[in-house]
Design a protein. Structure first.
Length: 69
């Protein structure tokens, strides 16, 4: 028998608000800014924010790396 977690792909995992701030090492204010500016799609379920891990990882990939001059 296959467990539910084995059926869910790595990119379909949901992270809560605290997990995302910890993963990205950002403040709550910054995460709210990402949500409000449309940089990160979040979903409210039962009054709590959740985020697809895939979306959080894509946000990291899309952030430009500053050049050192």
């Amino acid at each position: 028998m296959v467990s539910t977690m084995e059926k869910i792909g790595e990119d379909e995992i949901l992270l809560d608000f605290g997990e995302v701030t910890e993963y990205l090492r950002i403040s709550r204010v910054t995460l709210y800014r990402f949500i409000n500016e449309g940089e990160l799609q979040g979903y409210k379920i039962g009054g709590k924010w959740v985020f697809k891990k895939r979306d959080v990882q894509n946000l990291v990939r899309e952030v430009p790396v500053p050049s050192k001059n």
